[in-house]
Design a protein around this ligand. Structure first.
Ligand code: ADP
Length: 641
């Protein structure tokens, strides 16, 4: 007997039915009958009323809309057959005659798997919640005694320990800090892992973001004799909207790694803007270059994975958790951005990330718009300085720019271009400064913060001014333009990286504190109260800072290296500008009355004994900062007399 198409359809595991345009059955196959019961003959002429009302409505809607050759309409439908729930996936097509064909596939098993997966995901999420709560509690519990250990070690270090005791205390502090960093990393990572990264929207200044990260890392870089420098392209809007703290975290991680994994040369942070299709949004691209150990090619693909560390003997000497990059990438991803890396072994690495950020309209800022017409000569052997200064000067349209690490060549250039501005890095300034500055029409020496004390020597040699590294781009431009405006020469040599983006109730506080832990504690307290705070690591940095930016109040630790708090306060009171009137509050672990007298006679206004409670500190800051605002410059002087 010949095989009919019907016989073939009966061998299929799919359910097949054909109806007339009104939905009356013309044909069903065996598989259909196995699910819905009956025989093919019994179904013929019956309404195919097996579908759910939703599906029935849907089939009606699609009837006529499709031709036999058109796309089939797919639909999943749930049936309850003989007390068993089963899922069928239907494919419906409509012929030009209006006849409809239904082909159904049993997907009950697949559905069950999907449901099980969903349930598992729900359970996992609930498990994550518990894990998160546990981690948050544990990390708080661990952090509290750790803060005590760190804080108290810091205080102990202020109490005149001998060299041995100091070394032991330093070791406790360092181990404690490493443990705290680890706890923070793990908590941060699990928070991000649980998808709990809450991004804030604040107004941020990319120039000061880059600069503050460079300044924060600069002592670490200087310790290894590395350069760290920043470049912000003029295309970058001056005010962006994004999560500043998280961006700083990512940038600190990348640039911190740069410093950690580099032995010669240094690190640059470069920010540029790329167009984004969305109006008012920019793709901000940040590149962190280093001239360090590099990463082998085979490790590049998983460097962003959790706990990934390059396992070469070279890299093993560096401590770390291997979580930093994983966290950084997740943060960038949460911001809608991407992160990538390029690296060459023993040459260096470039970690880059791009995030879309809205720009805030209405801010005018000419810190980066500059026109320098004179030739500029940079004398340095640092590839980092060469790269960054070149970028900066190109953006300022400097037409003649020459870089050299050869004193003779430098001299020849200056002789050929008599109106040149000389930028001279410290080693060359020390050796050839006299000759070179005499040949330049304007000369600036580039100093690291620790070499600031040698400023007078360089002035005597013949330099007109100086720039402290990491150089602020705005300061460089200002100092270069000074040549044309000689009366500005004696003005402040640097400017604040940040113009406060705040209302009048926020004060600008300078904290002079050499103890890192105390600085972190006090900074956190002050910031939490909504004030801006800059940290100076010793008295001479504080003295420099008050001349560089207007502060409402200075918190002065007593025992600091290089220049202590008493001397710094005296020197501030001896300044010639209005900055000498800034209120100064002494912070000290010594609670004796004689200390108080010493502070006041050094020109300070008030006195706070450590350990203090946060409200005490904030109360004093607000009292003096607002007092200064109301009483003008009289207050401090009157008291210090
Ligand atoms: P950690 O530094 O705590 O180990 P990270 O996730 O920040 O963790 O980095 C992971 C690994 O990637 C590092 O251990 C190091 O091997 C490698 N790495 C990161 N940044 C650099 C860099 N700039 N140069 C060379 N290697 C790097």
């Amino acid at each position: 007997m010949a095989i009919t198409p019907g016989d073939i359809l009966d061998t299929l595991s799919e359910l097949v039915a054909v109806s007339d345009p009104q939905g009356k059955c013309l044909y069903v196959n065996e598989a259909w009958c196995r699910v819905f019961g009956g025989t093919p003959d019994q179904w013929t002429g019956q309404k195919l009323e097996v579908f759910s009302p939703q599906f029935a409505a849907d089939t009606a809607k699609y009837a006529g809309a499709y031709s036999a050759h058109g796309p089939a309409h797919r639909f999943e439908d749930k049936f309850s057959i003989a007390n068993r729930v089963c899922w069928l996936e239907w494919q419906q097509s409509v012929a030009v005659t209006g006849q409809r064909t239904f082909i159904g596939r049993d997907i009950t098993d697949r559905k069950a798997e999907e449901l099980a997966l969903k349930a598992a995901a729900r359970n996992a999420e609930a498990g994550n919640d518990t894990k998160m709560r546990f981690l948050a509690t544990m990390s708080h519990e661990m952090r509290t005694p750790l803060n005590g250990i760190l804080g108290m070690t810091g205080l102990m270090m202020d109490t005149g320990l001998d060299a041995n005791q100091k070394a032991y205390a330093e070791a406790i502090r360092e181990s404690g800090s490493a443990l705290l960093a680890l706890i923070n990393d793990i908590l941060d990572y699990s928070k991000i892992d649980a998808g709990r990264i809450d991004l804030e929207e604040t107004v941020l200044d990319p120039l000061s973001l880059a600069q503050s990260v460079a300044e924060l890392l600069s002592p670490r870089a200087a310790h290894k004799d590395l350069e760290i420098a920043t470049y912000v392209d003029p295309s970058v809007p001056h005010r962006l909207i994004g999560d500043e703290a998280r961006l700083r975290q990512v940038l600190l991680n990348l640039a911190g790694n740069g410093v950690k994994f580099t032995e010669t040369g240094g690190v640059t942070i470069e920010i540029r803007a790329e167009p984004n299709a969305k109006e008012g949004t920019e793709n901000i691209r940040i590149d962190v270059h280093d001239t360090g150990v590099g990463i082998p090619e085979e490790d590049l693909s998983d460097i962003f994975d959790e706990f990934a560390q390059v396992d070469s003997s070279h890299a093993r000497k560096y401590e770390g958790t291997g979580l930093g990059l994983a966290i950084a990438r997740r943060i960038v991803k949460a911001m809608g951005g991407t992160m990538s890396v390029k690296s060459k072994l023993n040459v260096g690495s470039v970690f880059s990330f791009t995030v879309p950020l809205k720009s805030k309209a209405g801010y005018h800022d000419d810190r980066l718009s500059c026109q320098i017409h004179d030739p500029v000569l940079l004398v340095t052997s640092s590839s980092i300085l060469k790269r960054i200064v070149r970028l900066q000067l190109e953006s300022a349209n400097v037409r003649t720019f020459h870089v050299t690490d050869n004193a003779e060549e430098a001299h020849n250039f200056l002789n050929r271009h008599r109106n040149s501005i000389l930028l001279c890095d410290l080693p060359f300034a020390a050796q050839h400064g006299k000759k070179l500055s005499a040949a330049a029409s304007h000369s600036l020496v580039l100093l690291s913060p620790v070499a600031r004390g040698r400023l007078e020597t360089f002035r005597r040699i013949g330099f007109d001014g100086y720039l402290i590294k990491p150089m602020r781009q705005s300061s460089l431009f200002r100092r270069l333009s000074e040549k044309d405006i000689p009366q500005q020469k004696t003005e402040r040599l640097d400017s604040p990286a940040t113009a406060p983006v705040t209302g009048p109730s926020r004060f600008r506080v300078l904290l002079a504190e050499d103890n890192q832990i105390n600085a972190v504690l006090a900074t956190a307290i002050i910031k939490r109260a909504g004030h801006h705070v800059d940290v100076a690591g010793n008295g001479s940095e504080a003295l420099y800072a008050v001349q560089s930016a207007p502060y409402d109040v200075v918190l002065m630790d007593m025992h600091m290296p290089e220049m202590d708090g008493l001397e710094a306060a005296q020197k501030i009171r001896e300044l010639v500008g209005t900055e000498r009137h800034v209120p100064i509050i002494a912070l000290t672990a010594n609670a004796m009355a004689s200390d108080r007298d010493n502070c006041l006679s050094a020109g300070m206004n008030d006195f706070l004994t450590k350990p203090f409670e946060p409200p005490e500190l904030i109360g004093l800051i607000e009292k003096w900062a607002s007092g200064a605002a109301n009483a003008g410059s009289e207050g401090p002087d009157a008291l210090s007399a």
